[in-house]
Write a protein that binds this ligand. Structure first.
Ligand code: FNR
Length: 360
């Protein structure tokens, strides 16, 4: 049996990834009314040309209110589909698989752009909008209090994820990822620190998992059997009394039973005061335990910067895919460099390949 490494292909359902390198979803805060534009095409397209196997479009809001900022990508109307389809077509043309992360920001919505400080927008004149959450508990004590979703509001969220999934498929995305991490709406339902509900969506683990399980089940029914469904979670809040790795293992098992194919294992960002042991590959052991205990495929992410380190994630059995974030911002050709560093002939785009190999 040949050893599986970073450069080995992986087939999930009917989709084959040419290697194990994934461009992690990264908000660009550059959309107007959620519409993808030339920035997103070039940003994502250059990583596809740069040898990444799966390019995942940033957190894309399923409702207008579910945006983190006014610059977030969105998919809450049919008009959002065509500019996204243009990106999906280009990514596909480069031999990469186009993926998209569908998201609702919950209590972390309605913020200014990060390079303008990222503070919560406060007044309608600033462009602030009403923020929803499982419970009326703000992220920062000084933030405006979010509105707790009632049953009808929850149904609207579920329906919005359904409609967004249909649009994403129409745009040509072949991997859909549910964003249930980083303190956004679905994660807020999971964690006892942000969910104080007393109805069927709060209290017990079963109740706190109910919304994400419902969303995943319905999305699985919409996504064709030939296409993968991923879920990104924060495997721990890194906070006393919060969501933790034991609960994540239970959730991952339940998601697997519903037909989710891969858990993309991130962590944190639910509460500002978390004790996070940040360091090289610090989240990798979380992916390892979920993979070992449930048998589901996992993606490892977080401070993976070096091709050999990424290769060890795969060869060591910590994860099945290596999600690369900031290192791909620093170097769009990181995946080509990884092929070179790991002793393989790099797969340059046709337009570049013959020229860069020529000596003079
Ligand atoms: C992110 N991250 C992120 N995560 C996510 O699930 N959806 C998103 O839209 C974003 N947006 C985003 C924007 C920017 C500019 C950065 C730097 C990060 C988190 C990202 O996907 C990744 O998990 C982390 O950056 C950790 O990986 P790296 O960067 O250490 O490889």
């Amino acid at each position: 049996v040949p050893e599986i490494d970073l450069l080995s292909p992986l087939t999930i359902r009917g989709v084959t990834l040419r290697n194990r390198i994934v461009m992690s979803p990264m908000c660009q805060y550059s959309a107007v009314e959620g519409m993808a534009n030339d920035w997103h095409l070039v940003h994502l397209g250059s990583r596809a040309a740069g040898g990444v196997a799966l390019v995942i479009v940033e957190a894309t809001a399923v409702t207008r209110d579910g945006r983190i900022s006014p610059g977030d990508m969105g998919i809450w109307t049919d008009d959002h589909v065509e500019p996204l389809a243009r990106i999906a077509r280009f990514v596909e043309s480069q031999g990469a698989v186009p993926g998209i992360q569908l998201a609702h920001a919950g209590r972390k919505a309605s913020c200014d752009l990060p390079w303008k400080g990222g503070a919560r927008l406060r007044t309608p004149e600033d462009g602030a909008w009403t923020v929803v959450a499982p419970s009326p508990i703000p992220f920062h004590e000084s933030d405006p209090t979010p509105k707790a979703l009632d049953e009808a509001g929850i149904e609207e969220v579920v329906a919005a994820f359904d409609a967004a999934t249909r649009r994403a498929l129409k745009a040509g995305f072949r991997v859909i990822e549910i964003h249930a991490a980083h303190g956004y709406l679905l994660h807020e339902f999971l964690s006892p620190l942000s969910n104080h509900r007393t109805d069927q969506y709060g209290g017990s683990l079963e109740n706190r998992m109910r919304l994400v399980l419902r969303v995943a089940e319905r999305m699985r029914a919409i996504v064709p059997d030939s296409l993968p469904l991923f879920v990104r979670i924060s495997a721990t809040d890194w906070a006393e009394g919060g969501w933790d790795l034991d609960q994540s293992v239970v959730l991952a098992g339940r998601l697997k039973a519903l037909g989710v194919d891969l858990i993309d294992v991130s962590s944190g960002a639910l509460v500002p005061k978390a004790q996070i042991p940040v360091g090289r590959g610090y989240q990798i052991p979380l992916a390892r335990r979920i993979r070992d205990e449930t048998g589901i495929l996992t993606g490892a992410v977080g401070l993976i910067t070096d091709p050999r380190q990424a290769d060890e994630v795969i060869t060591g059995g910590d994860g099945d895919l290596a999600f690369i974030g900031r290192e791909l911002l620093r170097d769009p050709y990181w995946a080509i460099k990884a092929q070179h560093d790991l002793g393989k002939e790099p797969t340059w785009p046709t337009q570049y390949g013959y020229a860069v190999k020529r000596r003079a």
